[in-house]
Each structure stands twice: as structure tokens, then as C-alpha cells.
Design a protein around this ligand. Structure first.
Ligand SMILES: NC(=O)C1=CN([C@@H]2O[C@H](COP(=O)(O)OP(=O)(O)OC[C@H]3O[C@@H](n4cnc5c(N)ncnc54)[C@H](O)[C@@H]3O)[C@@H](O)[C@H]2O)C=CC1
Ligand SMILES: CC(C)c1ccc(C(=O)O)c(O)c1O
Length: 253
């Protein structure tokens, strides 16, 4: 797929990796539909896309709400007249151990609310946006690509029952959708990043950060641009479908 003039929706593009993807794709001439929870952050990303040389429109939407997702994708089609790609990037963390034993007492640690919040956004949100994007692409007879952003944690990370389950889930959707949607000219791929340097990691305690970096075989975190360039590579290579690309500096959890 040529990125020039294609219309790409990115969830969670108000900051972090989603914003980096939007800027990177804008510089390649893609037109962006930016989706996030707050208008202020979205406006900043839209401005950055314009500076990078392309058009961007913003959509306030909670990806976990079916009606909001339906309205958002209908509005994207109305505004742009087509949809060629979706990056399912929005995600949250609510880490906690499952249970903890202290002084012989067993305590439940991960609350049902922590579990459900992460499943709602990181798994159900991907399902809802993927279903809506596929529907609009098929309706418009346009070829397209769906990319699910997972995580190295999909293999199972301590303290992340909710997050690991959701990221394993969105990874499993990749071959399912690749097989189901190929007949409509839609490809589906996933990316599983390792630790990526963002504002969050920049604010970590230096000693914790140092230990973390020491555990990565390449001895550094990834950059948001390295994830964004992987997104662009997937869009531009028409024989990629049904697979995960691991961008993790060789780290295994
Ligand atoms: N930063 C990292 O090191 C890694 C990140 N990832 C994944 O990459 C993706 C992006 O991560 P970051 O940019 O670091 O996160 P971030 O927290 O900086 O940005 C996530 C964005 O998603 C938005 N969002 C959250 N809930 C939403 C909802 N219900 N509806 C719409 N938007 C919502 C937030 O408002 C925020 O703008 C996530 O899926 C994350 O799990 C995976 C591996 C490593
Ligand atoms: C444990 C993994 C690599 C990880 C680390 C940090 C974030 C984040 O800040 O959002 C993630 O989403 C992760 O998957």
C-alpha cells in the first residue's frame, strides 16, 4: 500500500507511541484520523501532523464503548470518504500481583475493577475498532490494513495478569482477522514492542531505569520512531499478513 494520500486511523494518538506513529505517517503523506479520549492532546498531535506535512482530523472516543466507536468510524468515512488503515494502539496499564501472602495471611491483590478496565480498553477496544474498520473498508470496497499493538508482556509478565491476557488476546486476533479478511483485500498484522523510551520511562528512578536497561540484550530501550517505522513498513509491504513483529531489542520476559 502506498502511504501517500491513504487514510489511517490511530487510536490513542493523543500522546506517546500513537503520536509518534501519526507524525511518522504524516511525513510520508498519509492523512490521519486521530482517536483519543481528550481533545487537547489530540489537537497537539494534529498540529504536529500538519507540521510534518499532512492533513489530520481528531475524534474524541472511548474505544471501549461500542456506540462511540461506531459513531467515530462513520464520521471518519464521512470526513475522508475512505479508510485504508487502522492502528489499534490505545492501551492502559493497571498492574498488580494476583494475590500476596504476608505474615501467613493471603490477600487478593488484583481487583476485578483493575482486570476489567484493562480488558475493556486493551482487548474489547481492539475488537470494537477492528470490527468497525473492517466493516467500513468492506462497505467502501477499499483495501486496507489493521495493525494491533501488543507488547512483549503477551508472553506473561509478573504483576500483569490483566495486561498480559489482553495483549495475548490482541495477538491471537491477528491471524484470525488475517484469515477472515484476506478475501476482502484486508491484511492484519501485530507489533509486540519491548520497553520503549517515553515520558513515563523518562520519569523512572535512575537506578531502576539502569537495571531495566541492563536486562535488555541491546542495552537500550526502543524509540517511538522505531515502532512508528515498523508500522510504516507493514503498511508498505503488501505480502505481510497474519504475523507479529517483535521490536524488543532481543529481550524476553
Ligand atoms: N511504552 C512502552 O514501552 C510500550 C507500549 N506498548 C503499547 O503501546 C501502546 C501505546 O503505549 P504508550 O504510547 O506508551 O501509552 P500512553 O499511555 O503514552 O498513550 C496511550 C494513549 O491511549 C489513550 N487511551 C487510553 N485509554 C483509551 C480509551 N479508552 N479510548 C481511547 N484512547 C485511550 C490515552 O489517552 C493515551 O493518549 C499501548 O497499547 C501499550 O500497551 C507496548 C509495549 C511497550
Ligand atoms: C512491560 C512492557 C515492555 C511495557 C512497559 C511499559 C509500557 C507502558 O509504559 O505503556 C507498556 O505498555 C508495556 O507493555
Amino acid at each position: 500500500m502506498k502511504l501517500q494520500d491513504s487514510v489511517i486511523a490511530i487510536t490513542g494518538s493523543g500522546q506517546g507511541l500513537g503520536r509518534a506513529m501519526a507524525e511518522y505517517l504524516a511525513a510520508k503523506g498519509a492523512r490521519l484520523a486521530l482517536i483519543d479520549l481528550t481533545p487537547e492532546k489530540l489537537a497537539e498531535t494534529a498540529e504536529a501532523c500538519k507540521t510534518a506535512g499532512s492533513e489530520a482530523k481528531t475524534y474524541v472516543c472511548n474505544v471501549a464503548k461500542e456506540d462511540e466507536v461506531e459513531q467515530t468510524f462513520a464520521a471518519i468515512l464521512k470526513d475522508f470518504g475512505q479508510l485504508n488503515g487502522l492502528v489499534n494502539n490505545a492501551g492502559i496499564l493497571r498492574d498488580s500481583l494476583l494475590v500476596k501472602v504476608k505474615d501467613g495471611q493471603i490477600a487478593k491483590r488484583m481487583e476485578l475493577s483493575q482486570w476489567q478496565a484493562v480488558i475493556d480498553v486493551n482487548l474489547t477496544g481492539v475488537f470494537l475498532c477492528g470490527r468497525e474498520a473492517a466493516t467500513q473498508m468492506i462497505k467502501n470496497d477499499s483495501k486496507g490494513v489493521i495493525i494491533n499493538i501488543a507488547s512483549i508482556s503477551r508472553a506473561g509478565n509478573m504483576g500483569q495478569s490483566n495486561y498480559s491476557a489482553a495483549k495475548a488476546g490482541v495477538s491471537a486476533l491477528v491471524p484470525v482477522w488475517a484469515k477472515e479478511l484476506a478475501r476482502y483485500g484486508i491484511r492484519c498484522m501485530g507489533i509486540a514492542p519491548g520497553f520503549v523510551g517515553t515520558e513515563m520511562t523518562e520519569s523512572m528512578r535512575p537506578d531502576v531505569l539502569e537495571k531495566l536497561i541492563a536486562s535488555i540484550p541491546l542495552k537500550r530501550m526502543g524509540t517511538p520512531e522505531e515502532i512508528a517505522s515498523t508500522v510504516a513498513f507493514i503498511f508498505e509491504n503488501d505480502y505481510l499478513s497474519g504475523r507479529m513483529i517483535e521490536v524488543d531489542g532481543a529481550l524476553r520476559i
